[in-house]
Design a protein around this ligand. Structure first.
Ligand code: S3P
Length: 173
């Protein structure tokens, strides 16, 4: 029988969670849940709408979606929003229920391809990204079981993640 594994991807907006999530989904033959999409489905509102009501409203919806996801049976991958580590409660849920993979990508690389205008917290403000990075880097490190540097070819990064997950599972069993 296939051993159960729930994998969570965390990291800054633009670090590659969505792309890497899709590649892992193919390679590992697992379902992929995009937590932002799940929030939109549960709340019947867009992320922008939730943010315009208030960031706290979005954060509550985010925690609810994470709890529901963590209660799902079976093996799957969840790609989280960059701010998931802002709440200690979320970090605990992640660590207790998932193999947490931090996609660590340099700010320079993120700057190169992020479309800042599509992300509510970064709209019209690139300095915001630097501030988020400073605020969150240590939180990502504390919240993860596996830290992967996304500075190589994306196929290499995916291979590294899969092999680190195997090592992690080996240590746990
Ligand atoms: C956020 C990141 C977004 C999304 C929301 C808040 C953040 O997800 O959850 O706009 O606080 O960094 P991505 O990391 O996928 O951009």
């Amino acid at each position: 029988m296939k051993e159960e594994s729930k994998i969570a991807l965390i990291g800054m907006p633009g670090c590659g969670k969505s792309t890497i999530g899709k590649m892992l989904q193919e390679e590992m033959d697992l379902n992929l849940i995009d937590l932002d999409e799940y929030i939109v489905k549960l709340e019947e509102k867009t992320i922008d709408d939730l943010f315009s009501i208030g960031e706290d409203i979005f954060r509550t919806a985010e925690t609810n979606a994470l709890i529901r996801t963590s209660n799902l049976e079976g093996s799957f991958i969840v790609s989280t929003g960059g701010g998931i580590v802002k709440k200690e409660e979320n970090i605990k849920i992640l660590k207790d229920n998932f193999i947490v993979v931090f996609i660590d990508r340099s700010l320079e690389s993120i700057y190169e391809d992020i479309d800042a205008s599509t992300r509510p917290l970064l709209k019209n403000n690139k300095d915001a990204l630097l501030n988020l990075y400073k605020e969150r880097y240590d939180l990502y490190k504390a919240a993860c079981h596996i830290q992967i540097n996304n500075k190589f070819d994306i196929n290499e990064v995916v291979k590294n993640i899969i092999s680190e997950i195997k090592v992690y599972k080996g240590k746990k069993s």
